[in-house]
Design a protein around this ligand. Structure first.
Ligand SMILES: *Cc1c(COP(=O)(O)O)cnc(C)c1O
Length: 361
């Protein structure tokens, strides 16, 4: 605050370049949310009316709403039941000559099946825009998430793996896309405002497209820089919590953690279990109520998009989403955060196991 830079300034620049270096990519553009990131990414890729964009149904509203805002149609696709990320084979079946892009979501921080998705996208000539809101820091087959698809979008929302309160980052190795996205994120200016606002810069500017007001503040970027320093430490703490949960759930057939694929560098934003509800006398909602009564707060990520009124009224009713529908009835996201002690994890895990054992069919 003492620097005098409240809106985008030198900290934003520093945050962008350090983030780009961290994920090993040429360009990073800071924005004020991941939703904004997805919006400008799609716009920069030329998505507009008449286009289709493939989106997994098991995601947060943001992934699909930005497609709608550009006048294009989100085409919902079912997920892999093991990881709850988009099923590449079903994505391939959803391609038409209107398909412009696919938005794989790295559900929970576990990378989606990118090699198959990239293959499909190359043959269909469509863009791969990764929703990596959960996936920092994460890697796929040894490469950091952020430098793999055409564009990758990260979130620094309050609950995400690193946070600036509200914030987001877009990464790409394509200089043209980077410059268009930077321009779109600040009113469609021809050059970025930071150079215009630097001492001695010219007062003049040119608007070259209809843009948005999506820039990150310097205060948020200052938070981002300090969070970035601790990202690995935070991730390692979450990974240790996940290990402890895995150990405590081993041998309890009613509790099934999601599958972690070989060579998936998991960010562990979420730790999600599936309940084998056939073997229990209570359903998922009742299970959550019992946990609540024990003082353990949990969540469900997500009610799939096809089960929300807005999307269910608009999708092709002949399409079915059996994996996501089934998963929705079984999933619970357990607490996982840096600072969660072994004792806390043990209390959550043993309570979950006790509830399962006490409600065996
Ligand atoms: C949080 C989230 C977003 C949106 O991030 P914001 O920074 O809050 O805009 C998008 N997609 C997924 C999967 C998310 O979890």
């Amino acid at each position: 605050m003492e620097s005098g830079w409240l809106t985008s300034g030198p900290n934003v620049r520093k945050f962008e370049s350090r983030f780009a270096k961290t994920v090993g990519v040429e360009h990073a553009v800071a924005v004020n949310s991941c939703t904004a990131a997805l919006h400008v990414a799609l716009a920069a890729c030329g998505v507009g009316p008449g286009d289709d964009v493939i989106v997994p149904t098991m995601t947060f509203a943001a992934t699909a709403e930005v497609v709608v805002h550009l006048g294009a149609a989100p085409i919902l696709v079912d997920v892999d039941p093991d990881t709850l990320s988009i099923d590449p084979n079903l994505a391939a079946e959803a391609i038409t000559d209107r398909t412009r892009a696919i938005i794989p979501v790295h559900y929970g921080g576990h990378p989606a099946d990118l090699s198959q998705i990239l293959d499909i996208a190359t043959s269909a000539e469509m863009f791969v825009i990764e929703d990596a809101a959960h996936a920092f820091p994460a890697s796929y087959q040894g490469s950091p998430i952020g430098g793999i698809g055409d564009v990758t979008c990260f979130s620094f929302y309050a609950t995400k793996t690193i946070t600036t309160g509200e914030g987001g980052m877009i990464t790409t190795s394509d200089a043209g896309l980077a410059s268009t996205m930077r321009s779109l994120s600040l009113h469609g200016l021809s050059d970025d405002a930071w150079s215009r606002h630097s001492p001695g810069a010219a007062w003049d500017y040119a608007i070259v497209r209809a843009g948005y007001k999506y820039n990150l503040t310097d205060m948020a970027a200052a938070l981002g820089l300090s969070q970035l320093d601790r990202a690995i430490e935070f991730r390692d703490q979450r990974a240790a919590i996940a290990d402890q949960y895995d150990d405590q759930f081993a041998g309890v057939p009613e509790i099934r953690p999601l599958v972690v694929r070989d060579r998936a560098g998991h960010a562990w934003h979420l730790y999600v279990i599936r309940l084998a509800t056939d073997g229990l006398t209570i359903d998922r909602n009742q299970f959550i109520q019992v946990l609540n009564a024990e003082g353990i707060g949990t969540s469900v990520h997500y009610r799939p998009l096809h089960l929300h009124p807005y999307y269910s009224e608009r999708i092709d009713q002949s399409k079915r989403y059996p994996h996501a529908t089934r998963a929705f009835a079984e999933i619970i996201s357990l607490p996982i955060f840096p600072g969660m002690t072994e004792t806390m994890v043990d209390r959550v895990a043993s309570t979950v196991v006790d509830i399962a054992v006490n409600h065996r069919r």
